[in-house]
Ligand binder design. Structure first.
Ligand SMILES: [Zn+2]
Length: 250
């Protein structure tokens, strides 16, 4: 095991409170591309804000065109060894809180304990009616879209929207507070597969750092916090996380 990984495993073993933030880089090994990456199949779609979704039928149709296609990619994907390693660590009580920016549901599908995780940007696995606020399984609305309804509608006549946090929409305050409180009181903070550029959730890094936590960034890309992290590991997550789990759970 390389030295930096050994150090991280040792810190993890000694930590009383471990907090993890995951991002798109964790799911690329599952075949889910970073949907917004330049030149990607989906980069032609302009983000639809919640304001235009509510106000404009064309925006709703365009949004569902994008969401309908990406859901088929998500459905075809499975959790990878990185997801499974995190789930095993959490099941063994080695993770206090996992905050994910991903909306693909792969942490849930890897049996990560649901009471120890937050989908800070919502989830694609459910839909919410923007009129009556009813929540339903994604499949219900997706079937309507696949059967030809350009904008799937709730029984009340309002449009269904995948339960992700859209551009222009604020995060769930309770979730954000819980994430920040956990970061500000942990011993070890691990950013996994995230380039830490999306606010406000990237502030977790600085909060953990200020609280005196050991900070690790495990991602192939550069982040604005690399110079401040106690360790930076650029090897693939689907190798690093299982190696850590094996070391910690032996
Ligand atoms: Zn409704």
């Amino acid at each position: 095991m390389p030295h930096t990984l050994e150090t991280l495993a040792a810190k993890w073993r000694d930590a009383e409170s471990v907090v993890i933030l995951t991002g798109a880089g964790l799911s690329t090994a599952s075949g889910i591309p970073d949907f917004r990456s330049p030149g990607g199949r989906w980069s032609r779609y302009q983000p639809v804000t919640i304001q235009s979704f509510l106000a404009d039928e064309d925006a709703r149709r365009e949004y569902w065109q994008y969401k309908g296609e990406t859901w088929q990619v998500i459905l075809a994907a499975d959790p990878n060894p990185g997801h499974h390693a995190l789930a095993r660590l959490a099941q063994a009580g080695r993770v206090d809180l996992l905050v994910t920016q991903n909306v693909d549901g792969l942490h849930e599908r890897s049996a990560f304990p649901p009471d120890r995780m937050i989908n800070i940007h919502g989830t694609d696995s459910a839909v919410i009616c923007v009129s009556c606020e009813r929540r339903a399984e994604r499949a219900l609305a997706q079937e309507l879209w696949e059967s030809g309804q350009a904008i799937p509608l709730c029984e009340c006549g309002g449009p269904w929207k995948p339960a992700t946090i859209s551009f222009g929409q604020s995060l769930v305050q309770n979730d954000l507070s819980r994430a920040f409180d956990a970061a500000a009181s942990c011993d070890l903070f691990v950013a996994a597969g995230t380039s830490l550029v999306v606010g406000p959730i990237n502030e977790m890094f600085s909060m953990a750092k200020r609280a005196g936590a050991h900070t690790a960034i495990v991602t192939g890309s550069e982040t604005p916090f690399d110079a401040h992290a106690d360790c930076k590991i650029e090897d693939p997550l689907q190798e690093v996380l299982p190696a850590l789990a094996e070391d910690l759970l032996e």
